[in-house]
Design a protein around this ligand. Structure first.
Ligand code: PLP
Length: 400
């Protein structure tokens, strides 16, 4: 009999983690590699946040806390939701876990029965479908169109809903496309959701603070208060505060759901690191001005990457509203041949030939459920991005 459980056999390892690992291995072997695969800010965790963690250690705050987060952090999260999203949650409606990823998994494992469907708009963050599968549910991918900015359209949502639909997952701004939903677009989805009261909404707002120009960020429970009782609003400190390694994510939602998620945490992870929780308290309660400064740097990088990629022959790069990703089309390159003779018949072949020829690591679109595209994370310096995009231009020019 197989060592692997049948539940785990339904799941793929994370393609983005695999791409980063491959780039790291080539670098370690001495190759000149630029990795645009990883989804994490290059900025450092702010000093006030680090100091709060050190102070917590020195005070001896190094013991178990409540499994789903300590009261001080839940209070800071309630204040954040009120201040930034106009959402009223009390501490009993807050769940804290070791990252946004486990928050989402806890919600899915707490609620899915075999056969339950979860609508996952594609292109999607790689982990949603696999987490649904691991939790015993059925992911239902529905395609966004490039022409719609890759966003889910109300008629497409309507057509995807069945009596077995348990959740719709929304992610704005999106990993991997950077697309963010306007208030009007969310309102149109809310109209559909009102017709289907059995469907819950999990909104992953992890990139909330990374929106550019005059884009005005909103989240669905804020603009459709009548959906509040079936919406889980997920967020975290990983991306906004450059705290990916600290492992703190959180969510606000209806108490009955939060109670179930606490039950999961109480028998699995228990609390996220007490030290990281104190750091997150400082991140949420402390000065916020550096977020806008870093946002301005990200916006310049986005502009640079979009412009340089659109000058690469055969690549078409949309200009997204947020996050630190672009999701260019390589429709114009499919079927071409690389100098080493490789035929670029898929976006996976493109990504691996690009890595081979020019040492630029990207993630192929198939991993996110929509081809032929690739994802670039531009969370790195302008100098590195310029070098990488020049290499991509050279690679595209070399194709026959
Ligand atoms: N949600 C999205 C859309 C993400 O891109 C990520 C990280 O890549 C996460 C959630 C997970 O965040 P965390 O590192 O807090 O688990």
């Amino acid at each position: 009999s197989s060592l692997q459980s049948s539940a785990l056999a339904r799941v793929q390892p994370s393609a983005t983690i695999a791409a980063s690992a491959k780039a790291r291995a080539l670098k370690a072997a001495g190759r000149d590699i630029i990795s645009l695969g990883a989804g994490e800010p290059d900025f450092d965790t702010p000093d006030n946040v680090k100091a709060a963690a050190i102070a917590a250690i020195q005070r001896g705050e190094t013991k178990y806390t409540d499994a789903d987060g300590m009261p001080e952090l839940k209070a800071a999260i309630c204040a954040k939701f009120a201040r930034e999203n106009g959402l009223t949650y009390i501490p009993a409606q807050i769940h804290v876990a070791p990252g946004g990823k486990p928050v989402i998994f806890n919600a899915l494992i707490a609620t899915l029965n075999p056969g339950d469907e979860v609508i996952v708009p594609a292109p999607y963050w790689v982990s949603y479908p696999d987490m649904v599968l691991l939790a015993g549910g059925e992911p239902v991918a529905v395609n966004g169109l490039e022409a719609d900015g890759f966003k889910l359209r109300p008629d497409v949502l309507e057509a995807a809903i069945t009596p077995r639909t348990k959740w719709l997952i929304l992610n704005s701004p999106s990993n991997p496309t950077g697309a963010a939903y306007t208030r009007t677009e969310l309102e149109a989805l809310a109209v559909v959701l009102r017709r289907h009261p059995h469907v819950w909404v999990l909104t992953d707002d992890m990139y909330e603070h990374l929106v550019y120009g005059d884009f005005e960020y909103t989240t669905i429970a804020q603009i459709a208060p009548d959906l509040y009782d079936r919406t889980l609003t997920v967020n975290g400190v990983s991306k906004a505060y450059a705290m990916t390694g600290w492992r703190i994510g959180y969510a606000g939602g209806p108490k009955p759901l939060i109670d179930l998620m606490r039950k999961v945490a109480s028998q699995t992870t228990s609390n996220p690191s007490s030290i990281s929780q104190w750091a997150a308290v400082e991140a949420l309660n402390g000065p916020q001005d550096f977020i806008a400064e870093r946002g301005a740097a990200f916006e310049k990088r986005r502009d640079l990457v979009v412009s340089m990629l659109n000058q690469a022959s055969g690549i078409r790069c949309p200009n997204p509203e947020g996050a630190f990703y672009v999701y260019p089309s390589i429709e114009g390159l499919i079927g071409k041949t690389a100098p080493d003779g490789t035929v670029l018949d898929t976006d996976e072949a493109f990504a691996s030939a690009l890595l081979e020829a020019e040492g630029v690591a990207v993630v192929h679109g198939e991993a996110f459920g929509m081809s032929p595209y690739f994802r670039i994370s531009y969370a790195t310096s302008e100098a590195v991005l310029e070098d990488a995009c020049a290499r991509i231009q050279r690679f595209c020019a070399s194709l026959r």
